[in-house]
Design a protein around this ligand. Structure first.
Ligand SMILES: [Zn+2]
Length: 384
């Protein structure tokens, strides 16, 4: 990636460029910054810049053969080491080189803003911890002893260097202290105190700060098309992390679509003559992933809960506004003693069955018929 596609971090970029201009790029550097600050992206963009054949004063060209390979994360003189552990495809002796394909896939998915949990999730390793291991160290030492393939500089990137275990670091002491000629080692880490002292003493620190709120807001608008006002709100909650901001955005989108879907669903349940349309809608719900189906129903439970609160004059506890609040206010009278308990039970039961792989289409059809009866009962009670 090019330096211009890194979010914010203008001061660090300028410092790195100045160091390069003045010919004082340390051979072992520690890019130290919190999750979501873009340390890896920055190190990678800097490495691409250094090896670019057509670079300008301030950035790589993005189009020369070297840049193209860098952007595919597949340059023969670029080496990645990162925490690994066993999973379904690598059942023993894990090491980075066995996971390179997954690694590239994951980096592409996150636009090179990886997180430790995200990476483990991508590997499907549950709660197991990953490490950078002795096998990684041995492999690296063998590889960088050879001449570079085509670049002036070989670049070695250790992501989450705090996960380097002692056996690996012991192997690497000499390499970190004095890498072979024309070799740059970039250690990427989030927490200084977790780095082995032997490792941190050998690297020059490049300190990376959390992103500024306005940098996150601008990136949300430019990259994700978020409106300015909304982007400003998310950026306050993101606490300097691009990953947090993206998470918030994705959840907000789902929340909004759950609202629209749930409202539509209840309307269709309430108008039983449109059987075809209801059936179509149920099939659509059935095609969503299981987790989405669960969150959809959990959203439904929340709506029912809000209706009960409104009925009991505790509307001040309902944290909704605008259309969503209007919907709950209109629905509230229909959700009453005649049905609230049963609606709750049915939604919970449906969640239970989804977790056990029930057929989504059938489940939602069944549920919608029951809801139809329950809402009718609620309406009769309301009329009394
Ligand atoms: Zn280039």
């Amino acid at each position: 990636m090019q330096l211009k596609s890194i979010i914010g971090q203008q001061e660090v970029k300028a410092r790195l460029l100045a160091g390069f201009r003045e010919n004082r790029v340390a051979h072992t550097q520690l890019f130290l910054g919190p999750e979501g600050s873009g340390s890896l992206a920055l190190a990678l963009a800097f490495a691409q810049f250094i090896n670019c054949r057509e670079r300008t004063e301030t950035d790589s060209c993005g189009t020369c053969p070297s840049c193209v390979k860098y952007q595919k994360l597949a340059h023969p003189d670029l080496y990645f080491y990162f925490p690994t552990t066993t999973n379904d495809s690598v059942k023993k002796d894990p090491k980075s080189s066995l996971f390179l394909e997954s690694w590239r896939e994951y980096l592409n998915k996150t636009d090179v803003y990886p997180t430790q949990n995200g990476w483990y999730g991508h590997l499907g390793v549950g709660n197991k911890q990953g490490y950078i291991r002795k096998d990684d160290a041995n492999e690296l030492i063998a590889k960088i002893a050879l001449k570079s393939y085509e670049s002036e500089y070989k670049v070695v990137i250790f992501w989450m260097a705090e996960k380097m275990n002692e056996a690996a670091s012991n192997k690497l002491l000499k390499t970190l202290e004095e890498p072979p000629d024309k070799t740059l080692i970039f250690l990427i880490a989030e927490r200084y105190e977790l780095l082995l002292a032997t490792v941190r003493s050998r690297a020059q620190i490049v300190k990376i700060l959390p992103l500024k709120d306005e940098e996150i807001a601008t990136a949300l608008t430019d990259r994700k098309g978020v409106g300015q006002q909304e982007a400003a709100q998310f950026s306050l909650l993101a606490k300097g992390s691009w990953n947090q901001a993206v998470d918030l955005l994705e959840n907000a989108e789902e929340l909004q679509s759950n609202f629209i879907r749930f409202r539509q669903w209840l309307r269709l349940c309430f108008r039983p003559k449109d059987y075809l349309e209801l059936n179509k809608f149920n099939s659509e719900l059935g095609r969503m992933g299981r987790e989405k189906q669960k969150r959809f129903l959990q959203y439904g439970l929340e709506v029912v809960h809000n209706s009960i609160m409104l009925n009991q004059k505790h509307g001040n506890t309902v944290r909704k506004s605008g259309e969503e609040l209007d919907f709950s206010v209109k629905l509230a009278p229909l959700v009453n003693e005649a049905n609230q308990r049963e609606i709750y039970r049915l939604c919970n039961e449906a969640i239970y069955h989804i977790e056990r792989n029930a057929h989504g289409g059938i489940l939602f059809t069944d549920l919608s018929f029951k809801l139809l009866d329950l809402l009718a009962a609620g309406k009769r009670r309301m009329a009394k």
